[in-house]
Design a binder for this molecule. Structure first.
Ligand SMILES: Nc1ncnc2c1ncn2[C@@H]1O[C@H](COP(=O)(O)OP(=O)(O)OP(=O)(O)O)[C@@H](O)[C@H]1O
Ligand SMILES: [Mg+2]
Length: 209
């Protein structure tokens, strides 16, 4: 049983995109996965409603009870709202094994994320190494100044940087159809899936430990 928390209080950083695609990846591997949406906006749940029953099944839970939800299936992936406060973060950290923080390359995102990572660093499960954290650059335009600024920013944070997910129309197209990269034909998704490989390998390896 593994529980992955996707979190960054900065709005629009890519949390739901990470949650839905990682759930799609695990479901495609034949894993039982529960997508737990703790956001009032219910974006993940809305996405799931559009998912065809012919695609690998993803179970879901919508809850505001941050301390007391069930994590029964082999995998749970938690989507969190923008503006998540420290008290709730503390409760959630007690329930999770892995934390992924998505970050977009912009000054405002760096500023907000820096404060959040400083808070994260003070939390016991993180300090004691019981919970692992990884950073993921989202909506990156490769070989641009902002991509370089993002890399410089992430390197200063003291957490491993997992990968950079490029800015691509395919994410917007999939969002309204209940699809993930892992439901598309390899020809269509191959270059994008390569960018996700470091994260998918990380969660699989953590699962084995
Ligand atoms: N790699 C990408 N390329 C293009 N668009 C992307 C990418 N990642 C995310 N997006 C788009 O950016 C927007 C914000 O992403 P998303 O909804 O995943 O962020 P969020 O952190 O969940 O937002 P919120 O804080 O409002 O819950 C969405 O429209 C999403 O489709
Ligand atoms: Mg969201």
């Amino acid at each position: 049983m593994d529980t992955i928390l996707i979190v960054n209080p900065k709005g629009g950083s890519g949390k739901t995109t990470l949650v839905t695609n990682l759930a799609g990846y695990l479901a495609r591997q034949g894993e039982m996965v529960n997508l737990i949406d703790t956001d009032k906006q219910k974006s993940s749940i809305a996405w799931l409603k559009h998912r065809s029953p012919h695609l690998p099944t993803i179970f879901s839970t919508h809850t505001h009870n941050f301390a007391n939800f069930s994590v029964k299936p082999s995998w749970s992936i938690i989507d969190t709202p923008a503006g998540l406060n420290e008290e709730i973060l503390k409760k959630l950290l007690k329930k999770v094994d892995l934390v992924i923080v998505p970050i977009q390359p912009s000054f405002f995102d760096f500023q907000a994320t820096q404060s959040f990572l400083e808070i994260l660093n003070t939390k016991k499960p993180i300090r004691k190494g019981q919970t692992s954290v990884a950073l993921v650059g989202m909506r990156v335009h490769p070989r641009t100044i902002t991509a370089q600024q993002l890399e410089d920013f992430l390197k200063r944070q003291g957490f491993p940087i997992f990968t950079y997910i490029h800015d691509a129309q395919i994410y917007l197209q999939m969002a309204s159809k209940g699809f993930t990269l892992f439901d598309l034909s390899p020809a269509k998704a191959k270059t994008h899936i390569e960018q996700w490989q470091p994260i998918t390998e990380w969660i699989q390896n953590a699962h084995k430990i």
